[in-house]
Ligand binder design. Structure first.
Ligand SMILES: Cc1cc2nc3c(=O)[nH]c(=O)nc-3n(C[C@H](O)[C@H](O)[C@H](O)COP(=O)(O)O)c2cc1C
Length: 193
């Protein structure tokens, strides 16, 4: 299937970037066509401007400034996020991607005030996340990124679809061994995506 991989780490030498490369390589080995979208490398502008907000509901005018990203989303049959967690959310560039690209008419329609998904063509969802926090600290904080992936994005796509949620917690105390084990888990999961 055609898998859109969304990535948001600014540092080329980071573990997060290595996870991105591992994810795309494993998906390709499994025979998938990968659309690798490194938002920093592509210079994605995450700011939803006054103009964007004014035309937010006006499809297709609302897509004019992000049309290539809309086309890539429309062609996706699988979606994988590879990102660090910042302030228990996604880095601004990835949050802004959802604000500016997952638009009315693109990811959903409002029919009689009710949201209807337009992303049923996405059959699988995955996330490869890194947290500084331990699982316990993330749990106490309510783990918003996990809920965004497993509930919000999944519901927007299709609640019946499977989700592969992979997280390396406690990056503040990670070792070569914990990182190696996580890379292996990512490789194994993506080769079977
Ligand atoms: C701006 C910023 C905010 C962060 N906020 C959180 C946070 O709220 N929760 C958390 O678990 N880790 C947080 N972290 C830690 C990152 O998740 C961690 O550094 C990252 O996952 C490690 O991957 P990297 O070495 O590839 O960057 C934050 C890091 C940065 C730079």
């Amino acid at each position: 299937m055609r898998v859109l991989v969304l990535h948001s780490h600014p540092v080329e030498e980071s573990f997060g970037k290595a996870l991105y490369h591992e994810t795309t390589a494993a998906l390709r080995r499994a025979g998938h066509e990968v659309d690798a979208c490194d938002l920093y490398a592509e210079g994605f502008d995450p700011v939803l401007s006054c103009h964007d907000r004014m035309v937010y509901h006006d499809y297709p005018e609302n897509t004019a400034l992000v049309r290539p990203y809309v086309e890539r989303l429309k062609q996706a049959e699988g979606l994988v996020l590879v990102t660090p967690i910042w302030n228990f959310g996604f880095p601004a560039i990835l949050k802004g991607y959802f604000d500016r690209v997952w638009l009315p008419g693109v990811s959903f329609d409002l029919v009689d005030g009710k949201v209807q998904s337009k992303l049923r063509h996405i059959r699988k969802l995955g996330a490869v996340l890194t947290y500084g926090a331990t699982p316990f600290r993330a749990f106490v904080a309510g783990n918003p990124p996990k809920k965004i992936v497993k509930r919000v994005l999944r519901a927007q796509i299709d609640p019946r679809r499977p989700v592969h949620f992979l997280a390396h917690y406690d990056m503040n105390n990670c070792t070569a061994e914990t990182r190696g084990k996580f890379v292996e888990k990512v490789r194994h999961t993506m080769e079977r995506f």
